[in-house]
Design a protein around this ligand. Sequence first.
Ligand code: I3P
Length: 109
Amino acid sequence: KKGYVMRKCCYETNAKRTPFHKRSWKMYYCTLRDLILYLHKDENGFKKNQMGDNLHNAIRIHHALATKASDYTKKQYVFRLQTADQAEYLFQTSDSKELQSWIDTINFV
Ligand code: I3P
């Protein structure tokens, strides 16, 4: 699965709260491959990096959980991603269909 999403970091590894200057929403072209979610600047970044570098902007989703962020009311179509190493992110998708599709893809991959 691939597509544009907005992402906000909430907690880093080991449930450490993301500092204020790193908590803003940013747009990424997001792709999922081999249990890793890659966050590219745009589609060209994806084409350049598809061989698998850019690891600092990659989220391992093995034993991760995606759930609708119904408690987050500032934006629509947002899901929360909790990783095995206790990082946490919010992702905003474009509509309810995309929201469910990302959640299912991450949870049932
Ligand atoms: C953050 C930015 C985020 C906001 C976050 C701010 O500031 O405004 O949009 O999250 O609030 O810290 P900056 O751009 O200076 O990094 P919301 O959109 O969810 O409000 P937070 O610290 O309460 O997460």
